[in-house]
Design a protein around this ligand. Structure first.
Ligand code: PLP
Length: 423
């Protein structure tokens, strides 16, 4: 039996209807932007394996840091103890985070980073005896699949089955080009009610919605509006963090910094599952005092796992090299050149670029659903051609590892052009 066949006997895959799903290739090796399956077929990983992997698969520098850590101290509980790597990583993050971020809380994945932020926003108010129990989020947002994260997410078929069991979240329109005023007005109406603890958003680019983008200028206004009305702002940078938008964080484009930030995905260079929620001193102070009950009673067994922290330190060091920064600029320029060429194509509706993120929408007669026919046709075409891209409905996006070569990138563009012709 092949790995693919054995996999089908036991494994339940994410976001998958197993009855209709095609066979999943079994990947056995990765290097740089490339992956190989059990039959020796080569793939270009043009979405950095769900946006986690900026420095390439099987990166030697991160692997060495992990090995060294595993043979020094693999794990120690973070309740009642600390360790050198958590301290080093914290010091390092403090040099790259917006300077209003003063405290870090560790967890294991993007969804839990969001849970932590939401729980802190709610408990901060509870600790002070203020009744603010609702959350504001964008339409079509994606913040993860645990309950709080899911409640804040607006892609309905992800969350429909759980509607009755979710935290109260009110959604506002995304301030894309032309929708700024509508969005701002909706936010103004909500913050004025004094019922909302926080506004959570994916800054500048909504990943799972299909790389939907909006300006830093409008987000700045929205954050300021929240500040004036004592509503916390949570920047979910799980996707945008660590260079994807062309700056270290999307929040670096803002004048008004968020109160909290959620980090995961590229944090460890796509190696060890880890997440961090970051906070202002003010939020931390809302839990600080003589009353034990006011502490934040939340934790995960692998909180601040030393191996994860070592991987994150190595990863941030890599991000800061001149070579990586040059690669980010190179990919951005390459996307802009491709955009100039492809946007005139009669079948292309719109295109957008931010940092290493490129997206295009294919013209359609009808509204294409997230996992609809067009999406599946495109997806299968890319896989057949050895390119890993996961279109969202009629939206094709690229979010490559920063180490992708020009030749590999050209092949991705070329295959997208062919796909547009084919569809
Ligand atoms: C992927 C993602 C999450 C969820 O992260 P997981 O590690 O999959 O739980 C949350 N927010 C955003 C913006 C994401 O892209």
């Amino acid at each position: 039996m092949t790995l693919t066949e054995k996999d089908k006997l036991y494994n339940w895959h994410p976001y998958t209807q197993h009855k209709t799903a095609p066979d999943f290739p079994a990947i056995i090796k990765g290097e740089g932007a490339l992956l190989w399956d059990e039959n020796g077929k080569e793939y270009i990983d043009a979405i950095a394996s769900w946006w986690v992997n900026p420095f390439g698969h099987s990166n030697k520098v991160i692997a060495d840091a992990i090995y060294k850590q595993l043979t020094t101290l693999e794990h120690v509980l973070f309740g009642g103890f600390t360790h050198d790597k958590a301290v080093l990583l914290a010091e390092k993050l403090m040099t790259i985070l917006p300077n209003n971020q003063k405290k870090l809380f560790y967890s294991d994945n993007g969804s839990t980073a969001v849970e932590v932020a939401l729980k802190c926003a709610l408990q901060y108010n509870y600790n002070k005896g203020i009744k603010k129990t609702k959350i504001i989020a964008f339409e079509d947002a994606f913040h993860g699949d645990t309950f709080g994260a899911m409640a804040s997410s607006g892609i309905t078929f992800f969350t429909e089955a759980f509607k009755g069991s979710l935290l109260e979240v009110v959604r506002i329109p995304v301030p894309t080009n032309g929708n700024e005023e509508k969005s701002l007005q909706a936010l103004q109406n909500l913050v004025a009610t004094n019922e909302f603890a926080a506004f959570i958003f994916e800054p500048l680019c909504q990943g799972a919605a299909g790389m939907v983008m909006y300006s830093a200028e409008i987000l700045d206004k929205m954050i300021l509006m929240c500040k004036h009305n004592n509503v916390f702002t949570i920047a979910d940078e799980v996707m945008t963090g660590f260079g994807k938008t062309g700056r270290t964080f999307a929040s670096d484009y803002l004048d008004n910094k968020p109160d909290m930030m959620c980090l995961s995905k590229a944090l460890t260079g796509g190696t060890i599952p880890m997440a961090i929620t970051t906070f202002t001193q003010e939020i931390f102070n809302g839990f600080y005092g003589d009353d034990t009950n006011k502490a934040f009673f939340h934790g995960h067994t692998f909180t601040a796992n030393p191996t994860g922290c070592a991987a994150a330190i190595a990863s941030i060091n890599l991000l800061q090299t001149a070579e990586t920064q040059k690669n980010i600029t190179r990919i951005n320029q390459s996307h802009l050149d491709f955009e100039q060429k492809i946007k005139l194509h009669p079948k292309v509706k719109t295109t957008r670029v931010l940092g290493v993120i490129f997206a295009l929408e294919i013209k359609t007669e009808t509204q294409e659903s997230y996992y609809g026919t067009m999406r599946n046709k495109l997806y299968n075409f890319f896989i057949e051609n050895g390119i890993i891209l996961r279109p969202v409905g009629n939206i094709v996006y690229i979010l490559p590892p920063y180490v992708i070569t020009d030749t590999q990138l050209e092949k991705v563009y070329y295959t997208i052009e062919k796909a547009i012709e084919m569809i």
